[in-house]
Design a protein around this ligand. Structure first.
Ligand code: B12
Ligand code: SF4
Length: 355
């Protein structure tokens, strides 16, 4: 018997144009199918505690691979992406910590979120009998899985989606729709496009967060530890955090499929709020929440809060043995917050060990 491959039409050109008009690219449509098997895998991942302190991931379990449960009547998911790549420059002289690229400028939740909301509103006017709603990142839905199904790219071994145009340096957003659009062709096989023997991302990860291809233990990921984790960072993982003050790009920087990366044209990403590096002295001296907000308002660095950033700055100061920061570390070591004072003492011990 000859099994015919299903034929998928290209994305509706008017729909594509709506996203393009907002400066969004890689437009694709996925059917809102439930994914039972992955849902099971996800339950196991949660049961193993790999989500760490991200309690919301546990709550999202029933919705993660079930779009219609999350958005009643959902028929299609319209995906788009925004490129955030920019090349770094040479490190400055003064002690500083590195920031993951997606966080150098304005928060993408705002930048991409606003664009997607405008697309969603326009679709609502065009199809008043249907319902549309947009999200980016802060959704229970497994965005990469559905974006992969929409043909946006394939899942690399580091678990991120890789596209022919931007490599993995893009952020995803979507409009959930009760109107049915035909799904787009998959441009690459699912989870199938990495060079056969490449393991660079797995090998480079200093904390061993990538347990194997497509498998991550979030508790060990530097991105998790410096952004999402609340409380004390396990001592055994601190040295491997190196210079990362906020997030981590190592698995993407080493990827051979990222060599063709092009610089973003999004002005809000190019205009630095945090920038590529932040001076550690500035973070360690942040006197209050108000001072923190006025320095980082509109930036992803708001996420860990003032205390989270100071905690991270202590770790970088200790790892890099920045003696010049001892006066600031002394002050933090007597902070009322026991987590901050412990991290500062840890950093001072690291510096003392090099004497
Ligand atoms: C939680 C989360 C994190 C966590 C966990 C990371 C992770 N890889 O899941 C932490 C805080 C560590 C994190 C870090 C980062 N994140 Co994040 N994160 C998310 C979020 C909110 C949910 C992802 C999730 O559900 N993870 C849980 C795991 C278990 O899901 P999974 O990998 O899909 O797991 C399934 C597969 O592994 C599958 N499976 C296992 N083995 C195999 C094998 C085969 C063959 C197959 C088919 C399947 C399969 O079964 C699992 C169970 O479901 C998404 C947004 C969203 N709503 O989806 C953004 C998102 C994934 N993050 C994003 C980004 C940019 C990052 C960072 C690059 C930020 C940074 N520079 O610091 C790092 C990258 C680190 C990394 N290598 O993943 C982008 C990725 C864009 C892209 N190009 O893919 C997203 C999509 C946000 C967005 N809207 O753009 N993130
Ligand atoms: S570094 Fe290699 S294995 Fe990892 S995502 Fe890139 S191509 Fe795939």
């Amino acid at each position: 018997m000859i099994v015919k491959e299903p034929w998928f039409p290209p994305v509706d050109s008017a729909l594509q144009e709506r996203f393009h008009a907002e400066g969004l690219a890689l437009v694709g449509v996925a059917d809102a199918q439930r994914a039972h098997e992955l849902s099971e895998e996800y339950n196991q991942w949660i049961a193993q505690g790999m989500h760490g302190t991200m309690q919301w991931m546990e709550k999202h379990r029933p919705l993660k691979y079930n779009p219609a449960e999350f958005f009643p009547g959902c028929q299609s998911i319209l995906f788009a992406a925004i490129n955030y790549y920019q090349k770094g420059s040479t490190p400055p002289q003064e002690p500083s910590g590195r920031v993951a690229r997606y966080a150098w400028g304005r928060d993408y939740h705002k930048e991409l979120g606003n664009r997607l909301r405008r697309v969603s509103r326009a679709l609502q006017v065009q199809y008043p009998g249907e319902t549309f709603r947009s999200w980016t990142d802060a959704t229970p839905l497994a965005e990469r899985h559905y974006a992969e199904r929409a043909g946006i790219g394939f899942t690399g071994r580091h678990t991120l989606l890789i596209s022919g145009q931007y490599g993995s340096w893009f952020l995803l957003g979507e409009v959930l729709s009760t109107k049915h659009w035909g799904p787009t062709a998959q441009v690459q096989p699912l989870h199938g496009g990495c060079p056969r023997t490449c393991r660079r991302c797995i090998d480079i990860c200093p904390t061993g967060a990538l347990l194997g291809p497509h498998r991550i233990d979030a508790r060990r990921c530097i991105s998790y530890l410096t952004i999402e984790h609340r409380g004390s960072i396990p001592r055994e993982l601190r040295p491997a955090i190196g210079e990362w003050l906020f997030g981590c790009d190592l698995c993407q920087e080493t990827c051979p499929l990222n060599v063709r990366a092009t610089t973003t044209d999004v002005a809000a990403f190019l205009k630095p709020i945090a920038g590529e590096r932040v001076l550690l002295k500035e973070i360690l001296q942040l006197p209050s929440r108000d001072a923190f907000v006025s320095r980082f308002a509109g930036s992803p660095l708001m996420r860990p809060g003032r205390e989270g950033l100071i905690r991270n700055a202590c770790i970088v100061a200790g790892n890099m043995r920045y003696r010049s920061l001892l006066p600031e570390l002394h002050v933090v070591a007597s902070d009322d917050d026991p987590i901050l004072s412990e991290h500062a003492r840890w950093a001072m011990d690291c510096i003392a060990r090099t004497d």
